[in-house]
Design a protein around this ligand. Structure first.
Ligand SMILES: NC(=O)C1=CN([C@@H]2O[C@H](COP(=O)(O)OP(=O)(O)OC[C@H]3O[C@@H](n4cnc5c(N)ncnc54)[C@H](OP(=O)(O)O)[C@@H]3O)[C@@H](O)[C@H]2O)C=CC1
Ligand SMILES: CC(=O)N[C@@H](CCC(=O)OP(=O)(O)O)C(=O)O
Length: 312
């Protein structure tokens, strides 16, 4: 069986990466838009409605516009933008989220692909909220270190242009404390409030690690061992989620966490570091892999009833 697939935004960072993943697939017929018609609504509508699966790799406003162009009830949209991640009627494209999520994604024709930072944060918190180890009302903080490809074509151009010494060092951003991933971080973990979230972009292309500190004094009866066991149970059998050993000896011995070590994979590595009274949760991924395009392809495979890892 062959499937027709269209990527709206085929020239952008996530769109190009999806094309790379799908290029060698004999079961996928990729529909391509003529370069001079890339932003032509009528031509985009024609291709969107001709596709079994259409990826939206567009800014939020263009993604909303694209969704409104779809009239074919058979077209499944997978939106990489932030536009629909907490929208009613849209399923969240994180198969490992919880039991039942895969059924939801098989049935859905509107799927929102999680944000890169949010993927890591949700992967860390959802199992702990579900297991009752973190109360939904606990205020949390999180930080993220990310490569600059997360900022799309414009940011990539700035970094590649060179000549700006400010870009040589890591740069904290979203300092208004209103990052666009906050709503999905709360909605898909079950937390009552989003974390205080500080992302930092650094002078490397891709790779991302979100860290969440926990004080055990705020979590009576909870241990690092119980947290680690909750991850092992929640992600049992998940090929794309790698729960690292508690207090991962190799990382501790090395002395640094390599935020690029999941690059070119569709994996999330989950770490639990701890002393007697504090725990540090870390999730590492490729922001263009499980943080964006890889996740979108995984969800497409799942939706179509194919092996989830096909082409990844
Ligand atoms: N980069 C990443 O790591 C991640 C990005 N995302 C999200 O995915 C979406 C795409 O991001 P990304 O690929 O990085 O962005 P880019 O800026 O790299 O690419 C966006 C593409 O969309 C095109 N475009 C803009 N407006 C329209 C329109 N009206 N019709 C058709 N095409 C249009 C742009 O055209 P032009 O080339 O002319 O500018 C560009 O090629 C965004 O919503 C982003 O937030 C999600 C997860 C991770
Ligand atoms: C470095 C950088 O700017 N990264 C982007 C994240 C990109 C992403 O995953 O998010 P969306 O899908 O929601 O765009 C940011 O933090 O806004």
């Amino acid at each position: 069986m062959n499937y027709t697939v269209y990527v709206d935004g085929q020239e952008g960072t996530t769109g190009l990466r999806i094309h790379e993943y799908l290029a060698g697939r004999p079961d996928i017929e990729l529909l391509k838009i003529a370069p001079d018609l890339r932003k032509d609504a009528a031509e985009r509508a024609r291709l969107l409605n001709a596709a079994d699966v259409a990826f939206l790799c567009l800014p939020d406003a263009a993604a909303r516009e694209a969704a409104a162009l779809v009239t074919n009830p058979k077209t499944c949209l997978i939106d990489a933008s932030t536009a629909h991640r907490t929208a009613p009627g849209w399923a969240y494209g994180f198969p490992e989220l919880a039991r039942g999520q895969r059924d939801a994604l098989r049935a859905a024709k509107r799927i929102s692909n999680p944000g890169c930072h949010a993927t890591a944060f949700v992967a860390l918190l959802r199992p702990l909220v579900d297991a009752g180890l973190v109360p939904a009302t606990l205020p949390l903080s999180a930080s993220s270190i990310t490569g600059y490809s997360g900022g799309g074509k414009k940011m990539i151009e700035q970094y590649l242009a060179g000549g700006n010494p400010e870009l040589d060092a890591p740069r904290p951003y979203a300092l208004s404390l209103a990052h666009k991933h906050l709503p999905e971080m709360a909605a898909h973990t079950g937390l009552a409030t989003a974390p205080l979230f500080v992302p930092v972009v650094g002078p490397f292309y891709k790779g991302l690690a979100v860290s969440v500190p926990l004080h055990l004094a705020q979590l009576p009866g909870v241990t690092a061992e119980a947290i680690h066991a909750a991850y092992t149970a929640h992600y049992a059998g998940e090929r794309f989620i790698n729960v690292m050993p508690l207090r991962d000896a190799a990382t501790l011995e090395h002395g640094f966490l390599d935020v690029q070590a999941a690059n070119d994979t569709n994996r999330i590595d989950v770490f639990v570091f701890a002393n007697d009274s504090q725990v540090l949760l870390v999730a590492r991924l490729d922001n263009l892999g499980k943080g964006a395009s890889g996740a979108a392809v995984q969800t497409m495979n799942l939706h179509l009833g194919l092996d989830e890892g096909l082409g990844l």
